[in-house]
Design a protein around this ligand. Structure first.
Ligand SMILES: [Zn+2]
Length: 274
């Protein structure tokens, strides 16, 4: 049986969670029970839990993310979200130290926060991530809300960071959608840069089928360009994408079966030391 890891899941069980809109579109109840049951029924053995945005500004506290992970048994592991202030960076490092056994990575919400990846405010965080061997996830590409800042979430903004920080494992979330070719170049060029396939599919509109085929083509082409699938990891961005759609996208790829297995779980086990 193939082992599947979901590298990008959100959850809060809070009424002001800004992702509830997506849960409603997808007909999901967006609860821990639903998430774990859906993971089990799809052979997903493990998930990385990231803080969802809350209405207004900000996102769920890392404390609450860890609590949800504890409630999940061992199925979910926390990713610590880091906001761009010196105070928040210090707090995130302290939090990661205190929860060292559980924490699997950091996340920076490019496009939603008032800083680019190169901002010196993140220097200490990057130092810590390198020292501890923890990957840093970056939101890249399209933002969930029209107020997002695409100049800061463009995947090419990570090229210089990857040059400067060759020992830091960088994950470009959402394949930089729609900048798939830029991400193909970044994962090919940098040994330390990876990407995930989360949050690419949403509601069924008139072009759902053609869009799904386009996504599968773009990701397959990135595999050809990079010469392999070692840098690509499966994710859903639950509740933004449904498990059925996110898994269907991987099954559609025009690549070797062994490469699909790497994308579904093998790469994540290696990158996140699961
Ligand atoms: Zn997300």
């Amino acid at each position: 049986m193939e082992k599947i890891v979901d590298t990008h899941v959100h959850l809060s069980e809070h009424q002001d969670d800004a992702l509830i809109r997506f849960a409603q579109i997808n007909g999901l109840s967006y609860t821990l029970d639903e998430l774990l049951n859906t993971m089990r029924s799809n052979n997903v053995t493990h998930g990385l839990l990231l803080s969802p945005p809350l209405q207004g500004s900000g996102c769920l506290s890392n404390d609450e993310i860890v609590k949800l992970c504890v409630k999940s048994g061992k199925m979910l592991s926390p990713v610590v979200t880091v906001e761009p202030s010196y105070k928040e960076v210090r707090a995130a490092i302290k939090f990661a130290e205190e929860n060292q056994r559980e924490v699997k990575a950091f996340k920076i919400r490019l496009g939603y926060v008032n800083a680019s990846a190169e901002n010196p405010v993140f220097d200490k965080l990057y130092d810590y991530a390198v020292a501890e061997g923890l990957p840093v996830l970056f939101h890249t590409g399209d933002t969930a809300f029209s107020s997002g800042d695409l100049a800061r979430s463009h995947p090419l903004t990570l090229d210089r960071v990857a040059n400067k920080r060759e020992n830091m494992t960088i994950v470009l979330c959402h394949f930089g959608n729609p900048w798939f070719d830029d991400v193909a170049e970044l994962i090919y060029k940098h040994p330390n840069v990876y990407t995930d396939t989360s949050g690419l599919t949403t509601a069924e509109d008139a072009y759902h089928e053609k869009y799904a085929a386009w996504l599968a083509r773009k990701i397959s082409e990135a595999v050809y360009y990079a010469g392999g699938a070692e840098k690509i990891m499966f994710g859903t961005d639950y509740p933004v994408s449904k498990y059925s759609d996110a898994l269907d996208l991987i099954r559609r790829l025009d690549v070797e079966e062994g490469d699909k297995e790497k994308i579904l779980g093998g790469n994540a086990e290696r990158v996140f030391d699961l």
